[in-house]
Design a protein. Structure first.
Length: 209
């Protein structure tokens, strides 16, 4: 199988439980909740996505075999410092990730994380699962390491997820023209419901990839 990748780059994780951790981001093309084309946004299941995952024209983008993709990710990790950590994201990475790719990543010694919308069950072997539910999309992945809920979403209120099997519960203010209001709402909710912790997009604040 050939894997279609928008971009691969080394950076710091900007949000959630691993904020500030060095990571190679591997962004797969494609999503099952939106085409990635602005002309289709009004009809998308998720209309607030702020990520460019269409095409293969980003840094290190292209089509890769499992072995070549694993080597590319490993080679972007600095020297032999720490355990190489890859965050597989998109779009929706689980449209492409499979046992062959996970085996190739493991052969290169990579610790594997995914950021998924939770509509697809992942294959075995992934070390860290972060689920970000979207309103109007069926959530079938109801357990993992971390749930990171964009807030507010009508039809995806936090109390729908608070009894699910996650180790970490994060609320992240929706980035939009109403960001200031959304931040205040998220702060208020976390203060009143301390099961939930605040996640901020620090990479945007610091202007890093």
């Amino acid at each position: 199988m050939m894997y279609k990748v928008k971009e691969i780059y080394y950076t710091l994780q900007g949000e959630g439980a691993h904020t500030g951790r060095g990571a190679v981001f591997c962004r797969f093309t494609g999503c099952n909740l939106w085409t990635g084309l602005e002309k289709d946004r009004p009809q998308a299941i998720c209309q607030f996505c702020d990520t460019d995952f269409w095409g293969m024209d980003g840094e290190n983008g292209g089509k890769y075999s499992a072995a070549d993709l694993a080597k590319k990710v490993r080679n972007l990790w600095p020297a032999d410092l720490g355990k190489p950590y890859v965050v597989c994201t998109g779009g929706e990475p689980l449209l492409q990730m499979d046992a062959e790719l996970i085996a190739a990543f493991k052969k290169e010694g990579l610790e594997i994380a995914i950021e998924t919308n939770g509509t697809i069950i992942p294959p075995d072997g992934i070390d860290w699962v972060c689920v970000s539910p979207k309103a109007n999309a069926e959530l079938i992945l109801t357990k993992g390491d971390e749930i990171k809920l964009i807030f507010p979403q009508l039809g995806a209120e936090p109390d729908l997820y608070e009894n699910m099997d996650f180790d970490h519960f994060f609320l992240q203010p929706m980035d939009s023209e109403f960001s200031e209001r959304n931040i205040k709402m998220t702060l208020d909710y976390c203060l009143k419901n301390p099961q939930w912790r605040l996640s901020l997009q620090t990479h945007k604040m610091l202007n890093i990839p």
